[in-house]
Design a protein around this ligand. Structure first.
Ligand SMILES: Cc1cc2nc3c(=O)[nH]c(=O)nc-3n(C[C@H](O)[C@H](O)[C@H](O)COP(=O)(O)O)c2cc1C
Length: 180
């Protein structure tokens, strides 16, 4: 038994290292999820009635310092996609390690701002007390398969140098080890 387990394990590892084509979306998603990220909430206002709307996103990335550009990707399958794809401006909030509940909140309900600590900045709904915030005007949108890639030009930003980040890795929320 012992020997057979070892052989199976060795074959499995060799196969894993050889790589395989992305035919199974779930397996590909698992592999992509090994890339650890921070967690953000993107906010804007709906075009119809100007209501604040938000979504949890970990596809955020910096693109360019000069000009100052960032991006995130909005899933076309999301009920909120149309609002973000059409928005002329948006704010990206990088979450602190104690804001997992806020992250979970905006995975479920994008319109529920009641009871949250937020304000209006140049017309954009902005959340207070985050690790960093980037207010952006939409520079470009690109079709990216089942997502829309949204590039923003940063017009204002802030950060809390004393706070620590919320992380997402392997499909789970995580935090930096103490002392890091
Ligand atoms: C950690 C994490 C990261 C996510 N990142 C993204 C993202 O980058 N883009 C996106 O469209 N949805 C992302 N989602 C999913 C959305 O937050 C949301 O749950 C999903 O779009 C369902 O939206 P709907 O209720 O509008 O259909 C993420 C969810 C989690 C938990």
């Amino acid at each position: 038994m012992q020997e057979s387990r070892e052989i199976t394990g060795a074959v499995g590892k060799a196969e894993a290292e050889a790589g395989h084509p992305p035919t199974d979306a779930r397996v590909l998603r698992d592999a992509l999820g090994r890339f650890a990220t921070g967690v953000t909430i993107v906010t804007t206002r709906t075009a119809e009635d100007g209501a604040p709307i938000g979504i949890t996103a970990n596809s955020f990335a910096s693109v360019s310092l000069d000009p100052p550009l960032v991006l995130w990707s909005a899933a076309r399958a999301s009920m909120r996609h149309q609002h973000f794809a059409a928005a002329q401006a948006f704010a990206i909030h990088v979450l602190r390690e104690d804001q997992e509940a806020l992250a979970r909140h905006f995975t479920r309900d994008g319109m529920a701002f009641d009871g949250l600590d937020w304000a209006s900045a140049e017309g954009l709904p902005v959340l207070r007390g985050v690790l960093a915030r980037f207010e952006c005007v939409t520079e470009a949108t690109h079709e990216g398969g089942d997502h829309t890639i949204i590039i923003g030009r940063v017009t204002r930003f802030m950060q809390d140098p004393g706070a620590r980040p919320l992380l997402f890795s392997g499909g789970k929320f995580a935090r930096l080890a103490p002392g890091v």
